[in-house]
Design a binder for this molecule. Structure first.
Ligand SMILES: Nc1ncnc2c1ncn2[C@@H]1O[C@H](COP(=O)(O)OP(=O)(O)OP(=O)(O)O)[C@@H](O)[C@H]1O
Length: 634
């Protein structure tokens, strides 16, 4: 037997649910009530522009928020459309029946502008019961012959409607009598911060004031002040900026405006490097400004912040569904009226739409980078050190982003030039095809940099933490290109410059070192290096170094193999010391000295590559002392 039916809901049970679960954050009742006021104003303006009613669209529309400490109440007052008794019955008494939706549906055929009404679900108003023991609405509709109405409810399903004796101008006043757990909302500082957070860019002026008790000291002082400064008119400024910069057309915004907006929104004195003004009408509405912040150090990146707005109402910071994770390293604002938000606004519903928006933002960022790299190369190079970590992170996170920006990725060379991968490979094709040499630590690898410069070779600097991963990623995407650290095996590259003369002498030098140094290095090679100052350098095979690094990252794990770095000692037969050693090789009484100096040369070469092992350092110091003694007793 099958049966169909409809589930019944007991309204009495709904309120505790709304109160407790609907909104994750108590503060948001302020946002909901102010956005209702804003909707009410916008509706009124819309009716004027549609010619439905007479009036001045530029009238002084506003939302006043008053704090009444004495009554422990918060009052929200607007001069919007107001409500008739019938509308109160319909929109307020029926939970989840939105007058905003109703209004939009009624006029949507006539409205050619986008829908800028915030309300949607018909639930926002009830968030006021999260903080109130009693809520009172006093409202007067714009309609002719409308009478002021009062609606009062103490949070259950009971309400009372009567004539209002306090509202005699068009608009709505909502009074929240705060419950005992919500007394913090009588503090002006708290309320101001919340309005600032959510409503900074709402399109209607918002003012906040605390009602002074008539005979209080504060009120008396204020009276005194007004008496003494009779001629001075106290200027009251709204909390919000009703025309945020992102709404302006990019061509009308000046650099100074962008910078000022950045400083104001992110409360900083810093200047952004550059920015992207997003302005999309199709296939969805999206406006915003993304700033590339100037970084003082790599780790500051985590502080990025992208604020998401829905019709100028703040929704949340850093929503990763809309803004891809790597873009969260930027700072900025994004206003997307089409966001499929759910009731509590900070949660998104439809993944497909959201991912479209997110893809679009990525594309815009990539386009901007490409255009800067192409058209403003000089400033792009100046920014590069600051933005490179961000871009590399983006590439690692999103291959699509890499594919878009790959030709705009720069590499700084040891000659302080900036070059793309393509240009580097082309330039070095003859000398080392598909091989990129890089420096991971300029100070430590200075010997090698010098060698490179002597041989007119070029290397790029990849010294941030992210570069290790980035190198593997670029190799994977650009096979058979390989990155080699500057101390990697250069024999192929040096071969071209190889001096084939003195072959015999070279063999003798090699044997001399082999005898004295033994197994400490795997291979020996003797070259005629251009610089006489270097007696020898150590080269480490790229593969073996990477394996050894990997092993040290997974310390303690047994890989079943020995990952030793494979070292080659390149001895310079142009060095006067090496020459001298060679000349002494047959002198028996010099054997010990030769061995001492050969080992010392190896250690110095090792030191120039990286720190010595403790036991090696020990020997090095002992030998050094011996050498000094020898010199002194000469
Ligand atoms: N200040 C106001 N002035 C005029 N009408 C109002 C005001 N506040 C609420 N209303 C009416 O009550 C309706 C219900 O408000 P409520 O905040 O519960 O939902 P909403 O704004 O439609 O949607 P949401 O839940 O998304 O905020 C509104 O759609 C509007 O018609």
């Amino acid at each position: 037997m099958s049966q169909k039916g409809s589930i019944s809901i007991h309204t009495e049970n709904i309120f505790p649910i709304i109160k407790k679960w609907l909104y994750s954050d108590k503060d948001i009742f302020i946002r909901e009530l102010i956005s209702n006021g804003c909707d009410a104003v916008n509706k009124h303006k819309k009716l004027i522009s549609l010619g439905e009613i007479a009036g001045d669209k530029e009238e002084d529309y506003k939302i006043n928020v008053y704090i009444d400490k004495e009554k422990s109440a918060l009052i929200f007052e607007d001069n919007g459309i107001g409500m008739t008794e019938e509308e109160v019955q319909k929109y307020i008494n029926q939970v989840a029946f939105s007058g905003a939706e109703d209004f939009f549906n009624k006029y949507k055929d006539k409205m050619n502008e986008e829908n800028d009404i915030i309300g949607h679900f018909g639930l926002g108003f009830y968030s006021s019961f999260m903080v109130s023991k009693k809520v009172q609405i006093d409202t007067l509709s714009y309609k002719e012959d409308a009478k002021p109405v009062r609606w009062v409810s103490e949070g259950g399903t009971e309400y009372e409607i009567s004539d209002s004796d306090t509202r005699n101008t068009r608009g709505t006043t909502i009074t929240l009598f705060l419950d005992d757990d919500s007394k913090e909302f009588v503090e002006e500082y708290t309320v101001r911060n919340i309005i600032d957070k959510y409503c900074s860019f709402l399109p209607v002026n918002i003012y906040l004031d605390t009602i002074k008790e008539e005979n209080s000291e504060e009120a008396k002082n204020e009276n005194e002040e007004t008496k003494t400064e009779e001629n001075e008119v106290k200027e009251i400024t709204p909390i919000n900026d009703t025309h945020p910069l992102w709404l302006k057309s990019p061509k009308d915004c000046t650099d100074e405006e962008y910078k000022e907006f950045y400083r104001k929104v992110f409360k900083t004195f810093d200047e952004p490097l550059f920015w992207i003004h997003l302005n999309v009408d199709y296939p969805f509405n999206l406006k915003g400004i993304l700033y590339f912040p100037k970084l003082n150090n790599e780790f500051e990146l985590i502080e990025g912040k992208v604020k998401l707005y829905n019709n100028q109402v703040f929704v949340a910071d850093n929503i990763k569904e809309v803004i891809p994770e790597f873009l969260l390293l930027l700072k900025g604002v994004i206003d997307c009226p089409d966001l499929p938000l759910n009731v509590s606004r900070s949660f998104l519903q439809n993944d497909r739409d959201v991912s479209k928006i997110s893809k679009h933002i990525v594309k815009k960022v990539a386009d901007k980078l490409k255009s800067l790299a192409k058209n403003e190369r000089e400033s792009y190079e100046k920014f590069w050190d600051d933005i490179q970590v961000f871009i590399k992170f983006g590439c690692l996170k999103d291959e699509g982003f890499y594919d878009k920006v790959k030709d705009s990725i720069l590499f700084k060379t040891i000659n302080s030039e900036y070059i793309t991968l393509k240009d580097y490979l082309e330039k070095c094709k003859e000398k080392h095809e598909n091989k990129i040499f890089y420096v991971s630590d300029e100070d430590q690898q200075s010997q090698y940099i010098k060698l490179f410069k002597d041989y007119d070779l070029d290397a790029v600097i990849l010294d941030s933490t992210i570069d290790n991963h980035f190198i593997s990623f670029v190799e994977f995407k650009n096979q058979p290109v390989r990155f080699n650290r500057i101390d990697a095996d250069l024999s192929d590259v040096l071969k071209d410059n190889k001096d084939e003369s003195n072959k015999e002498g070279k063999e003798e030098i090699e044997n001399l070192f082999k005898e004295s140094v033994g197994e400490r290095v795997k291979t020996y090679s003797v070259e005629s290096l251009k610089s006489e100052d270097t007696s020898a350098i150590i080269l480490v095979s790229e593969e073996s170094r990477r394996m050894a690094e990997m092993k040290s990252q997974f310390a303690g794990m047994d890989f079943g193999m020995n990952f030793e770095e494979e070292k080659t000692l390149v001895i310079n037969d142009n060095s006067p010391i090496v020459k001298k050693l060679l000349s002494l090789k047959d002198k028996d009484d010099k054997k010990d000295d030769i061995s001492l100096i050969c080992n010392q040369i190896v250690d110095i070469a090792l030191l120039a590559n990286k720190e010595l092992e403790p036991s090696e350092l020990d020997d090095f110091i002992k030998r050094n002392n011996k050498l000094m003694n020898m010199v002194i007793s000469l």
